[in-house]
Ligand binder design. Structure first.
Ligand SMILES: *Cc1c(COP(=O)(O)O)cnc(C)c1O
Length: 381
C-alpha cells in the first residue's frame, strides 16, 4: 500500500511531458549511490537537482538560447541573484546598466556590497565607451536589452569586447526577447538569463527563471551554486512552462503585431512626446535592434509630452478599462503601468513621471486602441 512501482506502461506514449514529482531518487544498489548536481552529466541523484520534467524544460530553454547548459530557478529574479552569487566574490566589481530591472538594481545596491562586491552603474547606451569604466577587478558586466521601462537597446557585442578585454564575463537579461528575438550568446554574452514567468509561461500563472551559459565550466559554477543555495523548482511549474512553450511562437507573433499597431497609433497622438518601442526609430538604440534582433514583443513604453501633470498621467492609467495595472507581463492580458523615474539612475530620470509602460496582450487590437483613446479623452476633459 505504501510503495509506488508506477512506470509508464509499455505502449503508452503521450504527446505531453509527464510531471515527475520526487525528492528521493532510488538507487538500484549501494554501489550506485552517488552525489551530483547536474542530472545530464551525473544522472538522477536527488529531486532538488532535477527530475525528468525539470530537465526537459532546461534542455528546451538551452536549445532556445543555444548554450552549453541551463539551470532553472523559481523566478527571473532568482536567476539574476544566482548569476551574481555564482560568479562574484569579495573584491570583485560588477557593472549594471542604469536601465536594469528594478529588483536587480536593489540586489546590487543593498546586498552585494555586504559581500565585499563593488557595484557601479553605467549608461546603457555607452557601447564601446564602456571600456573607459573597466578596471582590473571588473569580473561581471550585466546587460539588459532593451532596458526595463525606458527600453534602451544595447550594443551587446561592443560591451562584450570591452568586458572580455579585462577578463570579465557578460551576463544578459534576455527576458524581453524571451531567448528568441535576440541570440545573446552569439552576440558575445557568456551567460543569458530570462524570467520564464513572461513569454515562456505566457499565461500569468507561473513564476520561473532560467540561466544558460555558453561554456560548460560556467554552467558548472551555476549548477553547483544553485545546489548549495537549495533553490530547486517544482515539476508542476515546469510542466506549465513546457505547455506555454508549445504556443510561444504564435503568441509572440500576435503580441508583436498588436503592440506595433498600438505603438504606431500612439505616435500620431498629440498627448505623446515619444514612443519607446525598439522597432521604431524614436527608441534609443533602434539601429542596434535592427542589426541584432529578429523581432519585437508586446512590451514597450511611451512618454507623455511635457506639461502633462502627474495627476493626469495617473488619471490616464486609472481610466483604462481593458488594460489592467500590475507587475510582470508576457501573459495574454494587456497591462499598463505609470512609472515615476524622478529618482532613477542616469539619463532616464529626465522622463520624470511621464513614462507609461504597456504590455499589449491578445485582446482585439481595435478594442485596445479604443480603450487608450477613451482614457486620453478623459484626461483632456
Ligand atoms: C520580470 C522580470 C524579471 C524577474 O522575473 P520574475 O520571474 O518576476 O522574478 C527579471 N528581468 C526582467 C527584465 C523582467 O521583466
Amino acid at each position: 500500500m505504501l510503495h509506488s512501482g508506477v512506470k509508464a506502461p509499455g505502449g503508452f506514449e503521450s504527446l505531453a511531458t509527464p510531471v515527475y514529482r520526487g525528492s528521493t531518487v532510488v538507487f538500484p544498489d549501494a554501489a550506485s549511490v552517488r552525489e551530483g548536481y547536474r542530472p545530464e552529466r551525473d544522472g538522477w541523484t536527488y529531486g532538488l537537482y532535477g527530475t525528468p520534467t525539470t530537465a526537459e524544460l532546461a534542455a528546451r530553454v538551452c536549445s532556445l538560447e543555444g548554450g552549453a547548459g541551463t539551470v532553472l530557478v523559481p523566478s527571473g529574479q532568482a536567476a539574476i541573484a544566482l548569476v551574481n552569487l555564482a560568479l562574484l566574490k569579495a573584491g570583485d566589481r560588477v557593472l549594471l546598466p542604469e536601465s536594469a530591472y528594478g529588483p536587480s538594481q536593489r540586489l546590487a545596491r543593498e546586498w552585494l556590497p555586504g559581500l565585499g562586491v563593488e557595484v557601479s552603474f553605467y549608461d546603457p547606451l555607452a557601447g564601446e565607451r564602456i571600456a573607459e569604466g573597466m578596471r582590473a577587478n571588473t569580473r561581471l558586466v550585466w546587460c539588459e536589452s532593451p532596458g526595463s521601462i525606458t527600453m534602451e537597446v544595447q550594443d551587446v557585442p561592443a560591451i562584450a569586447r570591452a568586458a572580455h578585454a579585462v577578463g570579465a564575463l557578460v551576463a544578459v537579461d534576455n527576458t524581453w526577447a524571451a531567448g528568441v528575438l535576440f541570440d545573446a550568446l552569439a552576440h558575445g554574452a557568456d551567460v543569458t538569463m530570462q524570467a520564464l514567468t513572461k513569454y515562456v509561461g505566457g499565461h500569468s500563472d507561473v513564476l520561473l527563471g532560467s540561466v544558460t551559459a555558453k561554456v560548460d565550466a560556467v554552467v558548472d559554477r551555476l549548477a553547483r551554486t544553485r545546489g548549495m543555495l537549495g533553490i530547486g523548482v517544482s515539476p508542476d511549474d515546469c510542466s506549465l512552462a513546457l505547455r506555454g512553450m508549445l504556443t510561444m511562437a504564435v503568441r509572440m507573433e500576435a503580441h508583436e503585431r498588436a503592440a506595433l499597431a498600438v505603438a504606431r497609433w500612439l505616435e500620431g497622438r498629440p498627448e505623446v512626446e515619444r514612443v519607446l518601442h525598439p522597432a521604431m526609430a524614436t527608441c534609443p538604440g533602434h539601429e542596434l535592434w535592427m542589426r541584432d534582433f529578429t523581432g519585437s514583443c508586446g512590451l514597450f513604453s511611451f512618454v507623455f509630452r511635457e506639461g502633462v501633470s502627474f495627476a493626469a498621467t495617473r488619471a490616464f492609467v486609472d481610466g483604462l478599462k481593458l488594460f489592467k495595472q500590475g507587475y510582470s507581463w508576457g501573459g495574454v492580458e494587456s497591462l499598463a503601468l505609470n512609472y515615476d523615474l524622478r529618482g532613477a539612475e542616469g539619463a532616464r530620470s529626465a522622463h520624470g513621471f511621464r513614462v507609461v509602460r504597456l504590455h499589449v496582450g491578445l485582446e482585439v487590437v481595435g478594442d485596445l486602441i479604443a480603450d487608450v483613446e477613451q482614457a486620453f479623452m478623459a484626461i483632456r476633459a
